[in-house]
Design a protein around this ligand. Structure first.
Ligand code: G4P
Length: 290
């Protein structure tokens, strides 16, 4: 479920996270490995204040491994502790606790000095809608506890989930809003399905994606659709639309009279990206990040 964010929603979401922050030692910030910068909340640092933060690049199974490696290097260079994961399959999920403990080391030491007994790390997962928060909560819990598609403004009683003996996790995640100012960010989010197709037209999103893939992953058109001829001039919209029409032609998006149904062709193309049928693709690299 995708939320349309109005200022009231944002204020409410922020207030809810701030309430949860009072209860926790550590925040896990979930980003989409395919677009770590665009899927990051613009105010996250300010919202979390001084809380230790572990960044997880989720859906790494869909991202380009070389790009993910570059993101990990970039974030590590910025002194951010980061781990790529796949919450669906559970890849690297076991490494979350050891990383969390590393981040908590100074706090553990402070507790020890005060003579306090060590206790489980109280943890909150935060991230924008659809990034995989509920999937990760369910995986860490080892059972189904979180309903997918939580909305801000719906307050439920909070409960702690035991993740082994050393971590307690809040059962409801902190829901954050994405960046909106940059239209490129909106298109990247929409391409992955994080923004609903009704908000940005799928034809516009498919147009954006076609141009991006021609530049960064040109071989996908031949591999998936058997298309050899790519636009020579990506600034010529007719050529890019021609490419979408070629996809539509090969995938049966044809109306009566033989005309290509561009809307259907766009949906097919986007669906192929979202389900990994185009291969492992990242939509931004550290160098692209603003
Ligand atoms: P949220 O709580 O942050 O809103 O996200 P949620 O867990 O509901 O996950 C959103 C979609 O992302 C789900 O797909 C989920 O299966 C998928 N997902 C989560 N983690 C991963 C991952 O690591 N890899 C892949 N490939 N997919 C992941 P869905 O159930 O099909 O929902 P939808 O597509 O209908 O939104």
């Amino acid at each position: 479920m995708t939320i349309q964010w109005f200022p009231g929603h944002m204020t409410r979401a922020r207030r809810q996270i701030e309430e949860k922050l009072k209860l926790i030692d550590l925040a896990i910030e979930l980003l989409d490995a395919r677009l770590p910068d665009s899927s990051r909340n613009p105010m996250i640092g300010e919202i979390l204040g001084g809380k230790p933060r572990l960044v997880l690049l989720n859906k790494s199974d869909l991202a380009d491994p070389a790009a993910t490696e570059r993101w990990v290097e970039k974030l590590a260079a910025d002194h951010i502790k980061v781990l790529p994961i796949d919450a669906n399959a559970g890849t690297n999920v076991r490494d979350i606790l050891p990383r969390a403990k590393e981040l908590m080391a100074p706090k553990f030491e402070a507790w020890r000095k005060k003579g306090m007994e060590p206790r489980p790390i109280r943890t909150l997962i935060v991230g924008i809608p659809n990034v995989g928060k509920s999937t990760l909560i369910n995986r860490l819990a080892g059972r189904h506890v979180a309903a997918t598609g939580d909305r801000p403004g719906v307050t439920k009683g909070q409960q702690w989930i035991k993740v082994g003996k050393e971590m307690d996790l809040l059962d409801t995640p902190g829901i954050l809003w994405p960046k909106f100012e940059d239209p490129q960010v909106g298109f990247r989010l929409a391409a992955t399905g994080a923004i609903r197709d009704e908000i940005l037209h799928s034809e516009d999103v498919a147009f954006f994606l076609a141009k991006y893939l021609c530049t960064h992953y040109p071989s996908v058109f031949q591999e998936r659709y058997g298309i050899d001829e790519l636009p020579e001039d990506l600034d010529n919209p007719h050529e890019v639309v021609g490419l979408l029409e070629a996809i539509g032609k090969r995938r049966g998006a044809i109306m009566s009279g033989g005309k290509i149904n561009l809307s259907k062709a766009s949906d097919v193309f986007l669906h192929d990206l979202r389900t990994g049928k185009l291969g492992r693709i990242s939509l931004e690299l550290p160098a692209d990040a603003p």
